[in-house]
Design a binder for this molecule. Sequence first.
Ligand SMILES: C[S@@+](CC[C@H](N)C(=O)[O-])C[C@H]1O[C@@H](n2cnc3c(N)ncnc32)[C@H](O)[C@@H]1O
Length: 291
Amino acid sequence: MELAGPFIKWAGGKRRLVHMLSRFCPEDMGRYFEPFLGSGALFFHLVQTRPRFEAVLSDSNAELINVYLQVRDRTAELADALQGHQQRYYARREKYYYTIRETEPSDALERAARILFLNKTCYNGLFRVNRSGRFNVPHGTYKRPNICNRDALYFAAEILQRPGVKMMHANYAAATQRCRAHDVVYFDPPYLPVTKTASFVDYTRESFGWSDHVALAAEFERLHRLDCTVVLSNSETRRVRELYSDHAIKAARVGHLINCDASGRTGQHELVITNSKMKRRAKIEARSINF
Ligand SMILES: C[S@@+](CC[C@H](N)C(=O)[O-])C[C@H]1O[C@@H](n2cnc3c(N)ncnc32)[C@H](O)[C@@H]1O
């Protein structure tokens, strides 16, 4: 049976890697933490393949977390708002896109509808903001994007409404302060660029630099000592290998859809680092993760 994927597209989304990543998550895991949530590909996979578990989902992108909260709490209203966007967009296309891109709704529901609308109609489903926090992705090239996918919204809402699923707008470290022994943490941070210009990392105004990667590696270590299972994805670079040299490092071959550099990382390797005791193949190949 094909499992349902995320309801939102996200740069660096792990949809095509979920089978491999889930093998590092023990069957008898405690709570599941995904503190760089994005589209939550691994969460949505696990929730459909594991009988019962609790989850703490978080991201530092306030607009993204607002989308999740509105999907969970105001599903029907959100679907109607998206239906309206869809009709108006099909009539005016690019003009309508840029009109909505310039708006700044104050109502939480309208903000979520705007972000989901932009996500479905912008270039490659990117979320990128300028220094003043304004969404600045150009119009995309999809012919008839499915802006209002009611089935996907209601499916996600049912999952997010489960009592064991908690959502937070938080920096990753604030979320993982709550971890205790046997919890599972999946870290999927903005990647360390392979070259100076190679990759897209600005999901929020604050970008994730080298010092953040060093601090994240220290948090990985703390959680390891706490007896959590930790899984982390990052780019295939010498510096990442050095940061995690005490742990198992696996190479996964993937292609990325979101890539600002034409030479791209398509077909290159990226790394999965884990302290998981589950024995797995050393080298795992995955197909392209394009949507
Ligand atoms: C590579 S994406 C995660 C993709 C996700 N695994 C998926 O399947 O869609 C990285 C995410 O980290 C978030 N982020 C960036 N810096 C962060 C921070 N300091 N704390 C928490 N989240 C952060 C971004 O907003 C973005 O959603």
